[in-house]
Design a protein around this ligand. Structure first.
Ligand code: AMP
Length: 303
């Protein structure tokens, strides 16, 4: 593990502060973009960033609740905020700089007119259920990349479609930044850690546990093919009547299009569902062994 820094991270709230802090950082500079309310999943990203930065390099954590990726009916106003605790975690993990700008600092001209078009991968699954979401995400990530100028940036497998889109943006736009990913961190009961888990009542949390259970049940059928994986996951989700499922699908990890019934090789089982008032997403990777036994001709997606 990376030793704690000898001093607390610099807290930069303006782009000017960040530029000044960035000028003093030794390469490689590794950025961990977050929306704050840091939890064990973020800690894993920060530790991975520390490992790739090495003793000589530097980690920057950004904390910014990006209004561009929230629709009016979503939880922008009540999204959890805990800057003091976040700074304490960053200090304990040896982070050199924390960039925590206001919305006015990030978007001094108001909502940007020029934004990043996420392309076809941004229209499906999360993109379908949260119109404009990935445009907002990629636009802020690109801005953060320009402001922090990292050599490497770290993202979580938990938000697999976002990770795939960031990789695609880096490649399509020749950004020259290495993207590292970190496996999903889960609580002891299997639920993926998330800042939004704090919204869950005990009852809603019990319902939400059907999501990791469904992913586990699906993953256990990988040897039988995509249709079997999907059917097993759906079965578990449908058995939890309190849960409103947006989608469950078996997709190609690079494109997020559903894999065909006979597909063999790596795939992702992805799901999104609302427990109580809290919308959650999760995924697991599955290694599909070949055509499923029944060979239904439909796509391995279910809406
Ligand atoms: P957020 O603050 O929710 O925007 O997440 C910031 C980063 O942390 C993203 O790259 C997420 O994928 C990652 N992340 C969030 N939750 C987890 C988790 N449970 N395990 C691993 N990474 C996570």
């Amino acid at each position: 593990m990376r030793p704690p820094a000898t001093s607390a991270p610099v807290l930069a709230t303006t782009r000017r502060d960040l530029a000044a802090a960035r000028a003093g950082l030794a390469a490689p500079v590794v950025l961990v973009p977050t929306m704050g309310a840091l939890h064990a999943g973020h800690r894993a990203l920060i530790r991975a960033a520390g490992t790739v930065a090495g003793r000589a390099g530097s980690v920057i954590v950004s904390i910014f609740i990006n209004p561009l990726q929230f629709r009016p009916a979503e939880d922008l106003d009540r999204y959890p905020r805990s800057l003091d605790d976040d700074l304490a975690m960053c200090a304990a993990e040896g982070v050199r700089a924390v960039f925590a700008p206001t919305a006015a600092e990030m978007y001094p001209g108001g909502r940007p007119e020029v934004t990043v078009d996420p392309g076809p991968m941004g229209q499906v699954l999360e993109g379908e259920f949260r119109p404009g979401f990935f445009r907002g995400v990629l636009t802020v990530v690109l801005k953060l990349f320009h402001l922090a100028r990292p050599d490497i940036a770290v993202f979580g497998d938990k938000d697999a479609q976002q990770l795939a889109l960031v990789r695609r943006m880096v490649s399509d736009m020749d950004l020259g930044i290495t993207i590292k990913s970190v496996p999903t961190v889960r609580d002891a009961d299997g639920l993926a850690t998330s800042s939004r888990n704090s919204y869950l009542t005990p009852g809603a949390r019990a319902q939400a546990l059907a999501i990791p259970r469904a992913l586990h049940a699906g993953g256990a059928r990988a040897a039988e093919g995509a249709q079997a994986v999907l059917a097993a996951a759906r079965h578990v989700l449908l058995a939890e009547p309190g849960l409103a499922t947006d989608y469950v699908a078996v997709v190609d990890p690079a494109t997020f299009t559903p894999v065909g019934p006979g597909h063999a090789g790596p795939a992702l089982l992805v799901a999104a569902a609302t427990a109580g008032t809290t919308r959650l997403i999760d995924n697991v990777s599955v290694m599909l062994a070949g055509p499923d036994t029944e060979g239904h001709p439909r796509d391995a997606a279910d809406h």
